[in-house]
Ligand binder design. Structure first.
Ligand SMILES: C[S@@+](CC[C@H](N)C(=O)[O-])C[C@H]1O[C@@H](n2cnc3c(N)ncnc32)[C@H](O)[C@@H]1O
Length: 452
């Protein structure tokens, strides 16, 4: 290990990318990770952290820039921990994401898949969800909203977010005007005092705002409604009391305190989504992913088990595209399961769609395998529990379609499946432009046993 200390400024050529989109340079064969540096660039970086096998640095100067470097659109880029790749052109971001998926599948799962360029949509103003903590500045005495700095609990106040679009500025303006005018206190995690914790909003056909509070009631609600009315035609407000000292955003309960949480157009259907239910943040790409999953199962005439099914949008699409299939959709969040049941009922699909509220692992361990079945998996970032995959292999599902938002856990899970399955198809989707995140759909087919 070379003699590298915190504070040293190192100069080198970036020779690779890490899984989070950071550039990697080597100093005497010792890897140094530098966020916002691009492969091929000569950079100078100040060391911020040193471990036994690598170090981390902060970009100080780009000595020789890449042709793919661009000026970030957002004034907060680099400080706000939300985006990782605004310093790269949109085309180059896609190349990097293809590399991330291909590299993870190859290194972790040993799969030599030919990964195509991600299918992309809008690069900005695509995000329908805004979730941000409130912050209070002692010096100015002002309340703000913002995003956490990278790997920190320090809030970077923002006036808008280009990845969400203009509506985020309207919302932040209304909420901070309300909090400052009405002198509403902000929650302090050190003392446990103060009211406002998080604002979480979805903006589809109309706005659905949830205020997470360290209390029971939203004060000066009429003033908040008046300020929101200046910017939003239609909206509803939920309160979610959360009095625990925890990183979990929502409290146990969400209660509607203004307006109606009405159905929203979500791609091919109008559907209801409770504030605590998961909803894909990019509706354009969500639709493309659901189409891909349906296509992968179109020639399949058996039954489908869908794990991690959320509010049942993919479930409904599969039921409509596969008119003979029965679908069993499993989701752990009760409000999401209720939304899924309501959608299936409204689309008159109840005879072919069963929505089960259960933990995917328990469900898989307790069910009897059917004759001819396919499995759809769309787990959270941490991927599938190993026991889910083992149960799937034992049950002998003929086809598994895996929708992943994390190439690292996808590859870990693929390594388990590849003992019994062939990887037939891989397609990444750029659900989260400007960030290093990437969604991938993989199709696995059971390896036929050959008679000896
Ligand atoms: C990535 S989302 C996918 C949702 C849905 N497929 C969609 O496209 O909207 C993952 C979902 O898995 C659910 N979930 C998380 N852990 C689970 C578990 N152990 N068992 C069942 N569902 C779970 C979450 O509540 C969330 O709705």
């Amino acid at each position: 290990m070379p003699d590298i200390k915190i504070g040293d400024v190192l100069e080198g050529v970036v020779f690779d990318f890490a899984s989070g989109g950071e550039g990697v340079m080597k100093i005497d064969r010792f890897p140094v990770f530098v966020p916002f540096a691009i492969k091929g660039e000569m950079v100078r970086a100040k060391v911020t952290f040193v471990k036994k096998d690598c170090a981390f640095g902060e970009l100080v100067e780009v000595v020789i820039p890449s042709e793919d470097r661009v000026k970030p659109v957002c004034p907060y880029f680099g400080r706000c921990g939300g985006c990782d790749l605004q310093h790269m052109s949109a085309e180059y971001q896609l190349l990097l994401k293809r590399y991330t998926v291909q590299n993870a599948l190859q290194k972790i799962a040993g799969a030599h898949a030919d990964v195509p360029i991600p299918i992309a949509g809008k690069a900005l103003a695509y995000r329908n969800k805004f979730a941000a903590p409130f912050a209070y500045n002692q010096k100015s005495g002002r309340v703000s909203l913002g995003f956490f700095e990278r790997r920190s609990h320090k809030v970077v106040p923002v006036k808008w977010c280009p990845v969400c679009g203009e509506w985020s500025g309207d919302l932040i303006g209304a909420l901070t005007d309300w909090a400052n005018e009405c002198k509403i206190s902000v929650y302090d995690e050190n003392t446990g005092k103060g009211l406002l914790r998080h604002a979480v909003a979805r903006n589809l056909d109309s706005l659905c705002l949830t205020l997470v509070i360290n209390g029971d009631e939203i004060p000066h609600k009429d003033r908040l409604v008046a300020l929101l009315k200046e910017k939003f035609e239609e909206f509803c407000i939920f309160a979610s009391p959360n009095k625990k000292n925890t990183n979990v955003i929502f409290g146990d309960e969400v209660k509607l305190v203004y307006g109606e949480n009405r159905r929203q157009n979500l791609g091919k259907f109008d559907a209801e989504a409770s504030p605590k239910s998961f909803l894909q943040v990019n509706a354009e790409i969500m639709d493309k992913i659901y189409d891909r999953v349906a296509e992968a199962l179109e020639d399949f005439d058996g039954e489908v088990v869908e794990l991690y099914s959320g509010i049942g949008l993919l479930t409904a699409q599969l039921a409509l595209r596969l008119p003979r299939a029965k679908i069993c959709a499993v989701e752990i969040e009760p409000s999401a399961t209720k939304d899924a049941r309501d959608l299936a009922r409204r689309l008159k699909l109840e005879d072919r769609v069963e929505c089960v509220c259960a933990d995917a692992t328990e469900f898989m361990q307790n069910r009897k395998a059917g004759a001819k079945e396919a499995l759809v998996l769309d787990p959270p970032r941490k991927g599938c529990d190993r026991r889910v995959l083992q149960a799937a292999i034992e049950a002998g599902f003929e086809r598994i379609v895996y929708v992943s938002c994390n190439p690292q856990t996808l590859a870990r899970d693929a390594a388990i499946l590849l003992e019994s399955y062939d990887l037939k198809d891989v397609q990444p989707f750029d659900m989260f432009a400007q960030t290093a995140e990437i969604e991938t759909v993989c199709v696995f087919d059971k390896i036929a046993k050959t008679e000896v």
